[in-house]
Design a protein around this ligand. Structure first.
Ligand SMILES: C[S@@+](CC[C@H](N)C(=O)[O-])C[C@H]1O[C@@H](n2cnc3c(N)ncnc32)[C@H](O)[C@@H]1O
Length: 238
């Protein structure tokens, strides 16, 4: 198999690398913030930022060359409400999210994350319990988390994790579903999937007022013992 994505567990991507504070990133750091995790070449946020100028937009991406190319485009477009940063969401985001001013994070998007199919590779998947709790802690009640994937067997454990946290309410089908994207711009991957006539699986969640469960309790709920889907994929993908 040709490896198309990086292993986020490799040592180089595990280095503590504090992300800069908002004041070093944006012309007006007080604006509400949209965060896109796994922003790749950046085309989604490069289109979103001019559409939503009263928001700051931050893309976090583990492949440095993509970040550099996206930043070049951002500078060319003269967008001061957009930045792309290199980092590993699982390593670098939780601490940074914890330092955000209360109520500033408006929307977190996690769209078409790398498809680590095998059960034994599940720790490489980006939406891990600790990251989900860090996102939930940073989102005020009513603020949104948006997930998309073209692989139903991979969005299923993400949904399971979000729902097991008890911290979110799912939006109804009129607001988000296979035919309804609540956001006005498609990502790169989404465009390819739709052009191929394939389905897109989407979930939109709003933070509720529930307290967050301890990490260990959430992890214990998600032990992969009954994950028949994962086992099937394990056998299929190599
Ligand atoms: C399949 S691509 C999808 C990109 C984009 N969101 C889209 O929908 O077109 C997933 C992206 O997430 C990035 N990524 C994977 N793991 C990551 C991590 N732990 N932290 C930050 N980015 C990550 C990958 O390098 C890749 O660019």
């Amino acid at each position: 198999m040709v490896r198309q994505h990086v292993n986020p567990l490799s040592r180089i991507h595990q280095l503590a690398r504090p992300l800069p504070p908002l004041i070093e990133l944006f012309a007006d750091p007080s604006l509400p913030l949209n965060l896109d995790i796994g922003s790749a070449r950046g085309r989604f946020l490069l289109a979103m930022a001019p559409l939503a100028p009263q928001r700051n937009h931050l893309g976090l991406e583990i492949r440095r060359t993509l970040v550099e190319a996206a930043e070049d485009d951002r500078r060319r477009q003269g967008l001061s409400n957009l930045r792309f940063l290199y980092g590993n969401a699982n390593v670098n985001l939780p601490e940074w999210l914890a330092l955000l001013p209360a109520g500033q994070l408006e929307l977190v998007t996690l769209q078409f994350p790398d498809p680590w199919f095998k059960l034994r590779h599940r720790k490489r998947r980006v939406l891990q319990p600790a990251l989900l709790l860090a996102i939930a802690a940073a989102l005020a009640p009513g603020r949104r988390l948006f997930l998309q994937s073209d692989v139903e067997a991979l969005i299923a454990p993400m949904r399971q994790l979000v729902e097991a946290s008890g911290a979110f309410e799912a939006a109804g089908p009129e607001e988000c579903g296979p035919e309804v994207n609540p956001l006005p711009v498609a990502t790169e991957r989404e465009g390819q999937v739709l052009a191929g006539g394939l389905p897109v699986h989407r979930s939109l969640y709003r933070r509720n007022t529930a307290p967050l469960p301890p990490l260990a309790d959430l992890e214990a709920q998600l032990e992969p013992t009954a994950s028949g889907t994962d086992n099937r994929l394990d056998a299929e993908a190599d």
